[in-house]
Ligand binder design. Structure first.
Ligand SMILES: [Zn+2]
Ligand SMILES: [Zn+2]
Length: 265
């Protein structure tokens, strides 16, 4: 198991803790590296993203800790780039995660991970009431997430299943669903960037298994793809939440240290 986490949020966006609390908690856990990935600024209404002003403060504060912890723990200042954050420059950060949190339909941005009711409402309005077609539209965007963001990491690949544990709302064995995620994997695999094994929804008590689902992980692996483990951490007590299980359940696949990737960047 790698003692690191490159998907973490602070009070600058929707996390519960300060940068300092996160750093101290990571250090106590014996982490060798900690990457911050505050939600990037979005032009349209957003209460869970960093403002432009806060983004500067965020970078400065992380830099202070980076210096302070030199030789003890590597600290990186990254951002979780939403695919529609096209006014944010990835080069301003040490690393970036590329994530799809919205489906754009007409002039509307439909939130993917806020609630099942929002998903259903969006499916009713734009996808003939079909959550499968809604999910297909989601994966069409995911397929382009690296084109849109230029990110270093593919974030929570099948976030659209956040509320769908045990397929209670839609059938993930539906051939339309499967071919949509396969198409997205086939496109993304070309970039040779890591996919996340993301335990965030388990930490939030919404799911029992990480993203991506095991059949998707198997397919990514069969295509030569590889993974990093993160906890999409919004609480300093959950920096390594679900890591043991994730590393053991996904042990058939190639899991790498993102610190190694950063050192060679
Ligand atoms: Zn996210
Ligand atoms: Zn996140």
């Amino acid at each position: 198991m790698f003692k690191e986490n490159f998907h973490t949020h602070t009070k600058y966006c929707d996390g519960k803790n300060t940068v300092e609390e996160m750093v101290e908690s990571a250090y106590k856990l014996g982490f060798t590296a900690l990457g911050f990935s505050g939600h990037s600024y979005l032009d349209f209404a957003c209460d869970w993203c960093m403002t432009r002003e806060d983004t500067e403060k965020y970078k400065n504060e992380i830099n202070t800790f980076k210096q302070q912890y030199k030789g003890k723990m590597d600290i990186y200042c990254g951002t979780e780039l939403d695919c529609y954050s096209d006014t944010v420059n990835p080069a301003d950060f040490d690393f970036t995660i590329g994530s799809v949190h919205y489906i754009k339909a007409g002039n509307e941005y439909l939130p993917v991970d806020s609630s099942i009711d929002e998903q259903k409402k969006a499916a009713d309005k734009y996808f003939g009431g079909s959550l499968i077609e809604y999910a297909v539209a989601y994966f069409d965007i995911v397929a382009n997430v690296l084109d849109m963001t230029g990110a270093d990491i593919i974030g929570h690949f099948d976030l659209v299943t956040k509320f769908n544990e045990n397929d209670i709302y839609f059938n993930t064995k539906d051939t339309r669903y499967i071919s949509a995620w396969k198409k997205a994997v086939d496109k993304l695999i070309e970039y040779k960037k890591p996919f996340e094994i993301n335990t965030g929804a388990i930490a939030r008590g919404v799911r029992k298994t990480p993203y991506p689902a095991m059949d998707i992980a198997k397919y990514i692996d069969s295509k030569g793809g590889y993974f990093i483990v993160t906890s999409d951490c919004h609480n300093c007590n959950m920096l390594d939440f679900g890591f043991e299980e994730a590393y053991s359940n996904y042990s058939d696949f190639r899991i790498v240290s993102f610190s190694d990737i950063m050192r060679n960047k």
